[in-house]
Design a protein around this ligand. Structure first.
Ligand SMILES: Cc1cc2nc3c(=O)[nH]c(=O)nc-3n(C[C@H](O)[C@H](O)[C@H](O)COP(=O)(O)O)c2cc1C
Length: 351
């Protein structure tokens, strides 16, 4: 693949538009090329972010990540997200990536996984504002295009939040995606939208509000509460890939489209087709599809029958049998715009 085969560098003037922006949140093993291209069929976000890739002394540019940039047919800008703490390696990688048609370089300062933050990368960086200062300073000098940050509101607590926001401003970061929880809060408890609102007031750059945006209605509430330039949606977009179109409808004051269970069944087929290009055994295809179905199942039935039975399925035939039974017996029934209460995609992380 040569650079001339890549998609053209997208027009980023949208960063300056006042309308609410939308972005698909970076998610490991989810926001790869197939999912980005699939979601675009249902209502594309304005921006994509690659899942993070680890930068260290021996790292190059991950081929898998590059594919989500060079083979992206959505015609929407893709930010390349790095995670690391070695300044020379981050700078070297940012320069390498800048040769590709990316919307910008994004630095992960939020990952809450202990195996990550213990290495002082991702969310671990939030414990060390001096290091953040040095990293952002060097990256800003090295990156001529957009330099963006995705972070949380603190590590253990929010005592350094204002200091980190000052660094975001001082180093002329072009866009901040802010998940309104601390690293230690992981995915539990309420999102602190008041602190996202605080960042919006303090910063010169646009802020994307992130965390628990579950529907067009909740996006509207978060936009109103935070006055953010836009919304970044992660897990809800796996469950409901129509969400970006629905947010645009809500922002425009139009009726929000209703999605039927039959349409969701088609989406599942699309997710399955996207995997068929991988030459992997049936067992791996089943477990990969189940990863998406764990999210989708939150909107199928309030009693959680689909989720319960789907999780037990071993073969593709069993899995699709359950999908047909639960989604096509009442094909015109509405898919719930919000997850049903008490249903979790990742019960060990989110319940
Ligand atoms: C499975 C999964 C993988 C994730 N991987 C990344 C990642 O690679 N980089 C990142 O910055 N955030 C990652 N996140 C965090 C999301 O980008 C987002 O901040 C978080 O899910 C909160 O948004 P949501 O409530 O809309 O899902 C991940 C989240 C999930 C659920």
């Amino acid at each position: 693949m040569t650079l001339s085969d890549c998609i053209p560098v997208p027009d980023l003037s949208i960063l300056k538009l006042p309308a609410a922006l939308t972005a698909l949140a970076p998610m490991q093993d989810v926001t790869e090329i197939y999912f980005m291209n699939t979601i675009a069929e249902y209502g594309c976000p304005d921006y994509f972010f690659t899942e993070y890739f680890r930068v260290h002394g021996d790292s190059g540019v991950d081929k898998h990540i590059l594919r989500s940039i060079t083979e992206n047919i959505t015609n929407r800008p893709v930010f390349a997200q790095m995670i690391g703490e070695s300044i020379p390696d981050l700078v070297r990688t940012a320069k390498l990536l800048s040769q590709y048609p990316i919307a910008g370089i994004d630095l992960n300062m939020g990952c809450p996984a202990p195996r990550i933050y213990r290495k002082n990368v991702g969310g671990g960086l939030l414990r060390d504002p001096d290091k953040i200062d040095r990293i952002l300073g060097e990256l800003r000098s090295a990156v001529a295009g957009n330099l963006t940050v995705k972070m949380r509101i603190g590590f253990e607590d929010t005592s350094e939040f204002d200091r980190v926001l000052s660094l975001i401003d001082r180093h002329n970061i072009d866009l901040l995606s802010l998940h309104g929880r601390t690293v230690k809060e992981a995915y539990h408890g309420a999102v602190h939208y008041d602190l996202i609102a605080h960042a919006v007031q303090r910063l010169r750059c646009p802020v994307l509000a992130n965390g628990n945006v579950s529907s067009a209605a909740s996006a509207m509430a978060v936009l109103s509460q935070t006055q953010a330039a836009g919304i970044m949606v992660g897990r809800a977009a796996i469950r409901n890939p129509w969400i970006f179109k629905q947010i645009r409808e809500a922002v425009a004051g139009a009726a929000v489209s209703v999605v039927t269970l039959a349409e969701v069944r088609n989406y599942i087929d699309q997710l399955y087709r996207m995997q068929q290009v991988r030459a992997v055994p049936e067992k791996s295809r089943v477990s990969h599809l189940k990863m998406y179905l764990n999210y989708i199942g939150q909107g199928v039935d309030a009693a959680g029958v689909f989720l319960r039975d789907m999780r037990k399925a071993q073969t593709e035939a069993e899995l699709f049998g359950i999908c047909d039974r639960e989604l096509l017996s009442q094909p015109d029934r509405a898919f719930s715009p919000e997850p049903y209460q008490g249903l979790f995609a990742r019960p060990s992380c989110e319940a």
